[in-house]
Write a protein of this length. Structure first.
Length: 83
């Protein structure tokens, strides 16, 4: 693993939520992903829209699963996150 630049006192790999990495690893195990994308990229792609949806736009939290599905599907379909 390449050592990431320090920011905020901790290496990047320690700032990324380990549960996202675990979800990605399980998806690889099930054959849903061919390789593991960068967990920091996945976290940013999910948290940005969630923040905008819930905080900025004050939209219905019950529709979050739909939003996550759309974001994930779009990221995979466009190649932003390799499938």
């Amino acid at each position: 693993m390449v050592k990431a630049k320090q920011s905020g006192g901790r290496p990047r790999e320690q700032r990324v939520d380990t549960s996202i990495a675990a979800v990605l690893d399980r998806a690889i195990g099930r054959g849903e992903l061919a390789s593991r994308p960068d967990p920091a990229l996945v976290q940013a792609l999910l948290l940005g829209p969630l923040y905008a949806w819930l905080i900025v736009l004050d939209e219905d939290p019950a529709r979050v699963p739909e939003l996550v599905r759309v974001v994930a599907t779009t990221a995979l379909a466009t190649g932003v996150v390799p499938a």
